[in-house]
Design a protein around this ligand. Structure first.
Ligand SMILES: Cc1cc2nc3c(=O)[nH]c(=O)nc-3n(C[C@H](O)[C@H](O)[C@H](O)COP(=O)(O)O)c2cc1C
Length: 214
């Protein structure tokens, strides 16, 4: 079976991004785009982003995680520290975050270093998650081989019983990462493939903005 996708193409004309328009601070620019994409609707999980890591053999791997907080300190997501991504970050904290927002024809890349949030910060977020998610985090040895789905379901129902009337403690190996950015790229689709790309790079604690060819 072969699938020819030559006719899958579209013209991008939903916006533009110039140096004059762009906020001096990339986190402010990200916040503005995030709000606009949210308002424009058409995307269910605006905060879904591809986290790319490089493992100890040098292989890259991207997977989707949910952005849970961002500010001038950086960008936060939560996961299992013993997962594939957790092990990759422990060996090499240099990561990238990528967003594709087709409703406004935008893409954002963030390059930076990931560091673990404090146990207190992870605990604070764990405490506000729905109980089902808390128990799910405890039941799943994320990225490990398991013998069957039944094993996971039995673990889940055992834990549901165990914590029926008690709060669920945060597993030690579950928590957040903060990605501290050193570079951003904002991509806005334009006509005739002359897309706008602005790159922010941190130089001596200041952000410089450059235009990249599409
Ligand atoms: C929309 C979406 C959101 C996800 N959010 C998270 C998340 O916030 N944290 C997480 O650990 N995994 C999340 N996942 C699952 C990951 O993509 C991945 O399968 C899992 O974390 C294991 O990745 P790893 O084996 O590379 O460590 C999400 C998947 C999707 C499709």
């Amino acid at each position: 079976m072969s699938h020819k996708l030559h006719e899958h193409r579209k013209s991008y004309q939903k916006g533009m991004l110039t140096k004059d328009q762009a906020a001096a601070d990339p986190v402010a620019q990200f916040g503005l785009w995030f709000e606009q994409v949210t308002q424009a609707s058409g995307i269910e999980e605006v905060n879904a982003m591809t986290l790319s890591t490089v493992d100890q053999q040098g292989y890259p791997r991207g997977r989707v995680v949910l952005l849970k907080h961002f500010d001038v300190r950086g960008f936060q997501f939560f996961t299992n520290y013993a997962s594939q991504k957790g092990l990759a970050i422990a060996a090499n904290p240099q990561v990238s975050l990528s967003f594709f927002w087709p409703n406004l024809e935008r893409q954002v890349h963030i390059k930076g270093k990931a560091e673990k949030l404090s146990q207190e910060e992870s605990q604070a977020y764990f405490a506000v998650r729905p109980k089902g998610s808390q128990i799910g985090a405890m039941a799943s040895p994320q990225s490990q081989v398991v013998e069957s789905r039944a094993f996971l379901e039995q673990t889940l129902s055992r834990l549901e019983q165990q914590y029926q009337s008690d709060p669920v403690p945060k597993p030690d190996n579950w928590g957040g990462y903060l990605v501290k950015p050193i570079e951003f790229e904002f991509w806005q689709g334009r006509e005739n493939r002359l897309h706008d790309r602005l790159r922010y790079t941190a130089v001596n604690d200041k952000w410089t903005i450059e235009r990249l060819a599409p």
